[in-house]
Design a binder for this molecule. Structure first.
Ligand code: NDP
Length: 252
């Protein structure tokens, strides 16, 4: 089988993983952060877990990208830069900002994240720099500007929401509080909403099946986790705002 066929099958596999992961997460809460439970085998401190889990999305993606024949072209390089803008933060900055960095993360969660990120880095990195040749003027195409706008709206929402969550804990606090203000008045998880918007923007800008697979996977994964967070908030805080939705303002 040639690489194009293998790459296509792997992309379809990621698309198929989206509903499978969502179905699983509706039954079992991914056991990290507030949903951590003992009994999932050995653990690592969560800051180390985040760095190792996200490394393939940054480093493997870069390696695959620079192996491609078209890495010097403008359009793939633009896509590469915005991908790395997100993932350098997620891999090397976000874990160092955690307020409870030593909280346990099961090795099983770390390894499943590594496996997904390897698959995702390969299908997306290889598509943009080698398997698809974007025209030199692709950077002026309407999809790119619409996609970039969506991406940056999502990125700013994700960063702002993560930042607000970090600031809920003062000093050595480790517990949870009801987030207030901004999009938190409408939804429990604006960081997840922003991330889904981001990858939708990347899918539009890259106009690719691997980009679509990642956006769909993020929606399934983070959508279900948002529902779990929302249920957890309601079970934990009797005064949790009743009209707040989980993920999408006024809808879900
Ligand atoms: P959470 O919202 O569960 O937590 C983010 C951080 O804020 C954690 O350090 C958490 O602490 C803290 N926090 C959250 N809520 C509160 C609260 N009410 N009071 C005090 N502290 C709080 O996000 P995740 O950890 O699941 O994800 C982190 C980032 O990674 C997000 O931006 C998400 O979008 C992204 N992500 C993307 C995925 C994808 O498929 N593309 C998959 C998973 C995550 P603690 O750790 O102690 O709970």
């Amino acid at each position: 089988m040639d690489e194009v066929s293998i790459h296509y099958l792997l992309t379809l596999a990621e698309l198929a993983l989206a509903p499978l992961t969502a179905a699983l997460l509706l039954k079992v809460r991914a056991p990290y952060g507030r949903h951590y439970e003992a009994g999932w085998g050995p653990n690592v401190p969560s800051w180390i877990g985040w760095v190792l889990m996200e490394c393939p999305a940054t480093l493997l993606f870069a390696w695959v990208y620079f192996l491609g024949d078209f890495w010097r072209n403008r359009a793939p390089f633009l896509l590469f830069c915005i991908w790395q803008l997100h993932y350098v933060n997620r891999t090397f900055v976000f874990p160092l900002r955690l307020r409870s960095p030593d909280k346990p993360m099961p090795l099983a969660v770390l390894l499943s994240g590594v496996a997904f990120n390897c698959l995702n880095a390969y299908i997306n990195g290889r598509h943009i720099s080698h398997l698809h040749q974007y025209a030199e003027d692709w950077v002026f195409a309407p999809q790119v500007w619409v996609g970039l706008t969506i991406f940056f709206v999502g990125l700013s929402m994700n960063l702002k929401a993560d930042n607000m969550l970090f600031h809920l804990r003062k000093g050595g606090e480790t517990g949870y509080k009801i987030p207030r203000g901004w999009l938190f008045e409408y939804i429990s998880c604006p960081n997840y909403f922003g991330e889904i918007i981001e990858w939708t923007g990347w899918a539009v800008a890259s106009w690719s099946l691997p980009g679509l697979a990642f956006a769909v996977y993020s929606a399934g994964n983070l959508g279900c986790r948002a529902l779990s967070h929302d249920q957890w908030y309601r079970a934990t805080f009797s005064k949790y705002p009743s009209r707040r939705k989980a993920l999408v303002p006024f809808l879900l």
